[in-house]
Design a protein around this ligand. Structure first.
Ligand SMILES: [Zn+2]
Length: 481
């Protein structure tokens, strides 16, 4: 990972100041020179006294100046060393810190801006003193390419670059992330290249360190196994690039929930809410991440709701009217405008309705409607959200092949693995609410994973609910932030 903040600043003039303290002409240099002269002078005196046989100077002759000479030489070479050090260190710092930094910055901006250079615009005063819009890219690119980075940075670009290199301002940060994310919009995680994923993750993590911490903590149970490395990339790629308000919703939810391995359990993958807040997924088959983000969707739905109620509970009535409104429309295509037949067939589709009560003519309409939905939903993967919850509102009558009596399309069974009614509570004589929870989780997964075809279909089959869910999530995120 590139570390953008650069703590060491190397200024040539500062080092030049220091170098001057160690030149031969400096006070220190001159002192050493003076000591050397003193040594030579004393040595000369000793030699003269030694040769002249002068009496009474024995103590002078016995002076051992050898050590002093070695120390003076050390002092002298030390001074030269320091002078050379001060002279070279700036060049050295440029080579080992500034230039790699400049290069990385250059790569970084190249990457970011080449994706969407028009996104990032700033204003600059032109020669005539007028403000003009300049792409920040054009502004800083020449400076970044220059090896003498420090000087150019400090000239005029200081403020703009501070926001890039130190703490990106919210506006700039958002613009940068937006421009990266923009490039990956509609990119299915299964078709994105590893390079794309790594690049997106790398830049996101530079810009949102707090979210990285939350994500890494959440994924810890998964990351202990090297085999899940690709899964982690995929999960991060999806979560980081997800659109608002769901992006914020994910990071509001992560600190509240625990991730658990469901691999060796005989229960299905799921989210357990009340009292637990745990996401159970099979670590050995995360695959395209859809189930993973479906379960995250349940957790988000729970987190955004009030403590005991899922946010999507408020969506139930809209969902119900979207579903039965749509079914009514299809019925009218086959009913020859007979209001009684229309009414009877619609009732038969409802939770506790039953087609056995229909007249022969009505049964024909009923079967035609089922057949029509089956034909429309032939591309199973693009209708997961719809088949699951249209099943939920009709006790799976629309997703059962009438003749074979088996479930042909994606959905939850009417009776779950614990033997409980999944969609409709007979005792209480009302729907369980799994309808709205499954819609939220499925639609959430489609949205955060940019499943374009599914999103389009969801809007057709749930014209009001899809809009309402976005609005509700937006408000809930706003109040929780
Ligand atoms: Zn679910």
């Amino acid at each position: 990972m590139i570390k953008i903040p650069k703590d060491i600043k190397s200024s040539n003039s500062e080092w030049e100041e220091l170098r001057k303290n160690w030149t031969a002409d400096s006070q220190i240099g001159r002192t050493i020179k003076f000591l050397n002269e003193a040594y030579d002078s004393v040595q000369k005196a000793i030699n003269i006294v030694d040769k002249s046989n002068a009496k009474g100077y024995d103590r002078l002759i016995s002076l051992d100046l050898g050590k002093s000479k070695a120390e003076l030489e050390n002092l002298s070479s030390g001074r030269e060393l320091l002078e050379g050090f001060c002279e070279e260190i700036h060049v050295e710092l440029e080579k080992s810190i500034d230039s790699p930094f400049a290069l990385k910055m250059s790569e970084f901006t190249d990457d970011v801006f080449s994706i969407n250079p028009e996104e990032i615009i700033t204003t600059q005063v032109d020669i005539n003193g007028k403000l003009k819009d300049v792409s920040l890219y054009n502004m800083i690119k020449p400076a970044l390419k220059d090896s003498d980075l420090g000087k150019n940075f400090e000239k005029g670009l200081k403020n703009q670059l501070r926001s890039v290199t130190k703490e990106p301002s919210d506006t700039l940060k958002n613009a940068m992330v937006k421009s990266i994310v923009q490039a990956y919009k509609g990119v299915d995680v299964t078709t994105a290249s590893d390079d794309d994923k790594k690049r997106m993750i790398k830049y996101y993590e530079q810009l949102y360190p707090v979210n990285v911490e939350l994500m890494d903590k959440f994924l810890k149970p998964l990351s202990s196994n090297q085999a899940n490395q690709v899964d982690i990339w995929n999960i991060k790629f999806i979560a980081y690039g997800s659109p608002e308000p769901y992006h914020s919703a994910i990071f509001l939810t992560l600190p509240q929930v625990k991730l658990k391995d469901n691999t060796n359990s005989n229960k299905s993958q799921r989210y357990e809410g009340l009292g637990k807040r745990e996401i159970y997924v099979n670590f050995n088959s995360i695959g395209d991440c859809r189930t993973f983000f479906h379960e995250v969707g349940h957790a988000v739905d729970h987190q955004l709701g009030s403590p005991f109620v899922y946010l999507s509970a408020d969506l139930f009535n809209t969902l119900e009217s979207d579903v039965f409104g749509h079914i009514e429309g299809i019925i009218s295509d086959y009913s020859n405008d007979n209001a009684n037949d229309e009414e009877a067939v619609l009732e038969a589709f409802k939770y506790n309705g039953d087609p056995v009560n229909l007249t022969t003519q009505q049964r024909v309409i009923y079967d035609e409607v089922v057949g029509k939905y089956q034909d429309n939903w032939i591309n199973v993967k693009e209708y997961i959200t719809i088949t699951d919850t249209y099943g939920g509102f009709t006790e799976n009558k629309l997703i059962i092949v009438p003749i074979k009596g088996t479930r042909a399309l994606y959905g939850h069974d009417v009776i779950n693995s614990e033997g409980e009614a999944y969609w409709y509570n007979e005792k209480k004589d009302k729907p369980t609410g799994a309808q709205n929870r499954e819609f939220f989780a499925n639609n959430f997964a489609d949205i955060v994973m940019y499943q374009g075809a599914s999103i389009k279909n969801n809007a057709i089959y749930y014209p009001n609910s899809t809009i309402e869910m976005d609005e509700m999530a937006k408000n809930a995120v706003y109040f929780q932030k």
